[in-house]
Design a protein around this ligand. Sequence first.
Ligand SMILES: [Zn+2]
Length: 85
Amino acid sequence: MKKQYLHLSAYSCDKCAGPVIAGSIAVRENEISKETGIREVGAICLSCGHRQSKATEPGLTHNFPPTQWESKKAIGVSPGAAELH
Ligand SMILES: [Zn+2]
């Protein structure tokens, strides 16, 4: 059965050095298959609101364990469509 996974990573903001949280969604066809169709769903600095989609210092990126993401409705939202603040 197809499952969706939410991946979160955190890195430093270029503007204020605060934490930027970036999310992406990947799909797995079954338990043992590789993840496919990885899509960026957005990135924003929690401190100043700057939308920084890439870490400028890759060594400092923290990756959180993927979480199963049930809501298919949320996946259809295009990046930048929802304002977080
Ligand atoms: Zn910032």
